[in-house]
Design a protein around this ligand. Sequence first.
Ligand code: GDP
Length: 197
Amino acid sequence: MKIKTAEFVVSNSKVDQCPNSTLPEYAFIGRSNVGKSSLINMLTGRKSLAKTSAKPGKTQLINHFLINKNWHLVDLPGYGYAQVSKSTKKVFQKFITAYFENRKQMVCAFVLIDSRHKPQPIDMEFMEWMGENGIPFCIIFTKADKLKEKALHKNIENYKAEMLEIWEEMPEYFITSASAGLGKDEVLDYIDGINDQ
Ligand code: GDP
C-alpha cells in the first residue's frame, strides 16, 4: 500500500467521543518510549504526524489519523510510565480497555515491543488480556537497527518461546526500524490485505 494522504482527525480523552465513522481502524499501542510515534511517522511518511518523545505523564489521548481517506490509524497512549501513581495507572487501564471493548471498527491492534529487551511482564499481561478478550492483535518489534542481526534474532526467538507458553502459536509479527525504514511495506501490506477482504 502506498500512503497518499495522512491527515490528523481528532484527539480524544474519551472513547465515546472518537469519530463516529464506520471506517476500519488499526490501533498502535505500547510502552512509552517504545518508538510508537517514530513508527507511525515512518509508516505514513510524515515527519511529525505523531509527536515524538513527549514527556512521561503527558495527557493520555486517543489520536485518530485518516489514511488514504479509507482507514483510521489510531495512536493510543503509551503505557507503563514508571513515574505515574497507581491510581493514574488504573484510570489509564480503564481508558484503554474501554477503547478495545467498545470500538467495533477496531480491526487489529499493533502491540509495539522494543526488540532490545527481554519479554516484559507489562507487555505480556497486556497481550494476555487482549487474547482473553478476543481482541485481534499483531506484534511489532521496534528499533531493530539498534541490534546486530544475530542478537536481534536471538531476542525474537526468546520472545517466541515465551509467547508459546501462553498461546498455541505466535501472533503475526513484524520486525521494524523507524530509523532504517525497515518493515514499512510489510506492515502496510498486511493492513491492505485485511482492508481488501
Ligand atoms: P514513543 O514514546 O513510543 O512515541 O517513542 P518515540 O517515537 O518518541 O521514540 C522514543 C525514542 O526512541 C526517541 O529518542 C527516538 O528517536 C528513538 N527511536 C524510535 N524509533 C527508533 C528506531 O527505529 N531506531 C532507533 N535507533 N531509535 C528509535
